[in-house]
Design a protein. Sequence first.
Length: 185
Amino acid sequence: MILEIIKRRRAVFPAQYNQKPISKDQILQALEAANWAPTHKRTEPWRFKVLQEESLVKLGNFLAEKYKTTTDNYSDFQYNKLKENPTKASCIIAICMQRDPKESLPEWEEVAATAMAVQNMWLVCTDMNIGGYWSSPGLIKHMHEFFDFAAGEKCLGFFYMGNFDEPLPEGFRKSGIEDKVSWFE
């Protein structure tokens, strides 16, 4: 049942990945689910750039060096984390959004549609027992230097994917839905 998959979904971080590869077919299943997200006026703004193998090393090097040249509070720990985390994943999908050139709807709606596409991906990963994690580091504003974006396209973050061994913690919410809903009749 879909509600059970939703309740099982967790952020599984790169440090938890076991280096077992994810198949191209599994990545395509996640991307196919993303493509079925709701989209106002059918703009389908989501765009994805799949990184594997050597491109993960290149991404890590880019992020670490960009951090080094743009931060006022440099730390070796953060530099190394930015450099190494991408290589812990089997796959990273750059989450991008292509703005409707006509701007026929507010930008937030296209961001929301892209986020729903990522949620669909994440739920399919959960169902396949693949760990996922959406990272939105401040450095994404520099991704136009790494990728060749189309006009109006921008990066909203990275979706890390990896296999994992350890059981995930039980989910919880600070309060039930009854504390977050007002009924009007």
